[in-house]
Design a protein around this ligand. Structure first.
Ligand SMILES: *[C@@H]1O[C@H](CO)[C@@H](O)[C@H](O)[C@H]1NC(C)=O
Ligand SMILES: *[C@@H]1O[C@H](CO)[C@@H](O)[C@H](O)[C@H]1NC(C)=O
Ligand SMILES: *[C@@H]1O[C@H](CO)[C@@H](O)[C@H](O)[C@H]1NC(C)=O
Ligand SMILES: *[C@@H]1O[C@H](CO)[C@@H](O)[C@H](O)[C@H]1NC(C)=O
Ligand SMILES: *[C@@H]1O[C@H](CO)[C@@H](O)[C@H](O)[C@H]1NC(C)=O
Ligand SMILES: *[C@@H]1O[C@H](CO)[C@@H](O)[C@H](O)[C@H]1NC(C)=O
Ligand SMILES: *[C@@H]1O[C@H](CO)[C@@H](O)[C@H](O)[C@H]1NC(C)=O
Ligand SMILES: *[C@@H]1O[C@H](CO)[C@@H](O)[C@H](O)[C@H]1NC(C)=O
Ligand SMILES: *[C@@H]1O[C@H](CO)[C@@H](O)[C@H](O)[C@H]1NC(C)=O
Ligand SMILES: *[C@@H]1O[C@H](CO)[C@@H](O)[C@H](O)[C@H]1NC(C)=O
Ligand SMILES: *[C@@H]1O[C@H](CO)[C@@H](O)[C@H](O)[C@H]1NC(C)=O
Ligand SMILES: *[C@@H]1O[C@H](CO)[C@@H](O)[C@H](O)[C@H]1NC(C)=O
Length: 425
């Protein structure tokens, strides 16, 4: 049923018409055309009208997102993004109003969740966080990591049986997307470009998963300076396939073990056919120590649990900047208090295998594995490794502390122990 008359009278914000031969209700979101007028009332009303059983269309124009959005409880909906959503640059507004993500005291500008949601950007739809302003601003602050209230561009919360595809995410304010309490969903054909136009970006992860299961990330391209993609607390059954990561830190596990006494796991992670250009690592794991120093987002420690069953295959690198595979159980963020004992973590890393790791590197370290003496890393397997410097010499150093049952390789020396946010000392 079309309710155009009622909508025009009440809000004048969305257009609605029935498609011939199709009972699906369609709401085209009306754009104000100027950043002086916030488009979020029109966006909210389109979802109220068409968010259950309908189709919400962002037409090929710019939508100005000047305030927070919380679009939850969607059911069986198509979201067609042909244009661009552009976030405002009123940093004071966002620091005061961004809403809780639900982990690590992180916050977000946009929550989206529901069941059977199909979001399609057709390769052109874009979410633009206007991050150049944030990148300049954060450089002037004393605490640059996880600044309280600095928002993620979008948080998928409670998204299930859904597909997000063909979208571009550019210049995120902070992390690009947090994915929390989600399951059985696919994120494919995605471009994330957080390359700053004026200064370099920081803390602009490609995606972070928390309390989520059965997710597929396929055909992602990420340009950033932090985690290309990161799997955090209670991320299970996750695949990342056929993707390209540029300039960032690579695929991250963690950080984890940040909450004292809390038991968290990461398991069944698979990565295949991944290309890394100028990244720091291909794959790295970061856990806090057993000593609690402060509280999240930037402090913490004392957590329990394990990360296990992580299988990576066919990794190709070009100009890698650090250890291809790194573990640090001594996580520390800048601005946070002292590190503690780097080998006392009660969080265990086990059953990792990397099969096929080839290309050029600038680091002699294939592996730098700094594990806990209390819960040593076990079952670490590396096969078919061929990393070379530009002059053709092989990279051949494998540094370890507290690694047991390695297969396919031998330790060549002791690893550095020390506080780290990025995987090596
Ligand atoms: C978002 O909206 C949902 C549904 O109304 C609500 O349950 C949830 O608490 C909201 N989230 C935040 C962070 O406000
Ligand atoms: C609108 O854009 C102008 C210039 O692009 C900018 O200076 C201004 O802060 C923007 N306003 C909002 C509300 O984002
Ligand atoms: C938050 O709002 C208050 C009151 O409007 C304002 O004084 C302050 O500058 C805003 N920004 C932050 C970061 O608190
Ligand atoms: C993080 O949030 C918790 C409550 O969820 C609060 O107790 C703690 O003080 C917060 N930490 C910081 C650094 O704001
Ligand atoms: C995982 O999610 C996919 C949809 O992305 C679904 O087809 C599949 O059945 C799910 N697997 C399990 C074990 O639930
Ligand atoms: C991968 O995604 C990009 C958009 O980011 C798209 O142009 C390309 O066609 C996709 N590749 C495949 C094999 O689907
Ligand atoms: C990423 O953004 C930077 C800065 O705007 C731009 O120079 C570059 O061409 C973009 N890359 C892609 C693949 O879009
Ligand atoms: C995380 O997973 C662990 C192990 O399965 C479970 O005990 C814990 O309750 C989970 N935590 C949350 C918040 O879901
Ligand atoms: C390995 O991954 C690369 C992309 O990095 C891809 O081009 C190649 O086809 C993959 N090889 C196999 C055997 O799948
Ligand atoms: C910076 O971080 C430290 C340690 O977490 C905290 O005590 C301090 O309040 C923070 N300062 C600001 C301005 O957030
Ligand atoms: C760190 O913790 C480990 C494991 O409990 C212990 O063996 C070691 O002595 C501790 N190191 C220091 C300097 O306290
Ligand atoms: C090749 O480059 C590496 C790293 O710069 C250097 O350590 C090594 O000595 C070089 N080997 C030769 C044969 O020049």
């Amino acid at each position: 049923m079309c309710l155009l008359g009622i909508i025009s009278l009440t809000l004048l914000s969305s257009l609605c018409h029935a498609k011939p031969g199709n009972r699906q209700k369609i709401c085209a979101v009306k754009a104000s055309g100027s950043n002086a007028t916030d488009d979020t009332p029109a966006i909210r009303s389109a979802f109220t009208e068409c968010g259950r059983g309908g189709r919400v269309v962002f037409t090929p124009t710019t939508y100005y997102v000047n305030s927070i959005l919380n679009i939850s409880s969607l059911e069986d909906v198509d979201i067609d993004i042909q244009g661009k959503l552009l976030w405002s640059t009123d940093i004071n507004y966002w620091l005061n109003h961004s809403v809780a993500v639900g982990y690590q005291n992180q916050s977000t500008a946009f929550i989206l969740g529901g069941n059977n949601v199909r979001i399609n950007g057709h390769g052109t739809g874009t979410l633009d966080g206007n991050g150049d302003y944030w990148y300049e601003w954060i450089k002037k602050q004393t605490n640059t990591s996880n600044y309280p209230g600095r928002p993620h561009q979008i948080t998928f919360n409670g998204l299930t049986n859904s597909v997000v595809k063909g979208l571009n995410f550019i210049r995120s304010q902070m992390w690009t997307m947090s994915i929390i309490h989600c399951g059985n969903s696919v994120f494919e054909d995605i471009l994330v470009n957080n390359t700053g136009n004026r200064v370099s970006s920081s803390n602009t992860d490609g995606a972070d998963t928390i309390y989520s299961t059965n997710l597929t990330f396929k055909n992602w391209t990420v340009y950033n300076g932090d985690d290309s993609i990161s799997f955090k607390a209670n991320s299970t059954n996750i695949r990342v396939l056929n993707s390209h990561f540029y300039n960032g830190l690579g695929i991250a596990i963690g950080s984890i073990g940040q909450y004292k006494g809390r038991f968290e796991t990461i398991e069944n992670i698979r990565a295949e056919n991944i290309y890394f250009s100028n990244t720091l690592h291909t794959f790295y794991v970061k856990t806090w120590t057993d000593d609690q120093n402060g509280y999240p987002p930037n402090g913490g420690g004392g957590g329990l649990g394990y990360a296990q069953n992580m299988h990576l295959k066919n990794l190709t690198v070009e100009g890698l900047r650090g250890a291809a595979f790194s573990i640090s159980q001594c996580t520390r963020f800048s601005g946070a208090p002292g590190v503690g004992n780097c080998t006392n973590s009660q969080f265990q890393i086990r059953d990792v295998d990397i099969d096929g790791l080839k290309g050029t590197t600038k680091s002699s370290r294939v592996a730098s594995l700094q594990c806990s003496a209390v819960k040593p890393c076990t079952d670490i397997e590396l096969y078919d490794v061929d990393l070379e410097f530009a002059n053709g010499t092989s990279a051949a150093s494998y540094l370890c502390g507290n690694v047991k049952e390695n297969k396919g390789w031998e330790c060549t020396g002791p690893v550095c122990e020390g506080g780290s946010a990025t995987g090596e000392c």
